[in-house]
Design a protein. Structure first.
Length: 216
C-alpha cells in the first residue's frame, strides 16, 4: 500500500522484483540503476542473507513535485529467491504497490518458475494484498542463453493470464526498461484511482512515467 502523508503532501510507492533464485532479479535492478540519470537514483544498497541477498534503492531520492504540490517518491526492492528466505520475501513484499516477476527462460527452470509464482500469490494473500488487482508484469529473462523455452511456448502457457509478458536479457539491458515502464504504467492507473493523480494533482500518465525515468 502506498504511503500517503497528507500533512506533508508526500506519496511513497514501493515496487518489488520477485522470482526464483538466480532468475535475474538482481541483474534487472542493477541494470535499471545503471540506466537512470544520477539525479533520479539513490545509492544501491544490499542486505546480505546466507547465500542470497536483497537489493534496494530509492528512485527519485528527492522526489518530484506534481503541479498540485504533491511529492511523489519510489522505493525499489528485490527479494531473495531461495526458499529458505521466505520470511524475508514476505517482509520485502509487504505493502508493495507493484511487482515485476522475473522468470528464468531456461527449459529446466519451469518448475522453479511455477513454484515461485505460486509463492508470490500465496505471500500476497498472507499479507492482505489483492493479487487480482495488484499491478504485475512478468518478464522471462536470460533470452541470450541456449536451451531456452521458445516465446511461442511461453505465450501459449500464459495465454489466459491477464499479465503482460516481456522477454529480456538483463545482462545486456534488453527488456529491462520495457518491463519497468509497463509496471509504471499500471502503477499510474492504480494511483490515479486511489489518489486522483490526473484530476486533483494534474499528473498525466505520460508525465508520470517521464518524470520518473527521465531519459531512460
Amino acid at each position: 500500500m502506498a504511503e500517503y502523508n497528507e500533512q506533508q503532501q508526500k506519496l511513497t510507492i514501493k515496487l518489488v522484483y520477485y522470482g526464483p533464485a538466480l532468475s535475474g532479479k538482481t541483474t534487472n535492478l542493477m541494470s535499471l540503476h545503471d540506466m537512470l540519470s544520477p539525479e533520479l537514483k539513490g545509492d544501491m544498497m544490499t542486505l546480505e542473507t546466507k547465500n542470497d541477498r536483497t537489493l534496494f534503492f530509492d528512485l527519485l531520492p528527492l522526489g518530484f513535485r506534481a503541479p498540485s504540490g504533491l511529492l511523489i517518491k519510489f522505493k525499489l526492492f528485490t527479494v531473495p529467491g531461495q526458499v529458505a528466505h521466505d520470511g524475508t520475501r514476505k517482509a520485502v513484499l509487504s505493502r508493495a504497490d507493484g511487482v515485476a516477476f522475473i522468470a528464468d527462460s531456461q527449459q529446466d527452470q519451469g518448475t522453479n518458475n511455477a513454484e515461485s509464482f505460486q509463492n508470490l500469490a500465496d505471500n500476497a494473500a498472507r499479507l492482505g494484498l489483492d493479487f487480482e488487482t495488484l499491478p504485475l508484469v512478468v518478464q522471462y529473462n536470460k533470452r541470450d542463453l541456449p536451451n531456452i523455452i521458445s516465446e511461442e511456448e511461453i505465450t501459449h502457457r500464459w495465454g489466459r493470464a491477464k499479465w503482460p509478458i516481456f522477454f529480456s536479457s538483463a545482462l545486456s539491458g534488453q527488456g529491462v526498461q520495457e518491463t519497468f515502464r509497463e509496471l509504471l504504467r499500471q502503477i499510474y492507473h492504480e494511483m490515479e484511482q486511489r489518489f486522483q493523480l490526473k484530476t486533483e494533482h494534474h499528473v498525466t500518465e505520460k508525465s508520470f512515467i517521464s518524470s520518473i525515468t527521465g531519459t531512460l
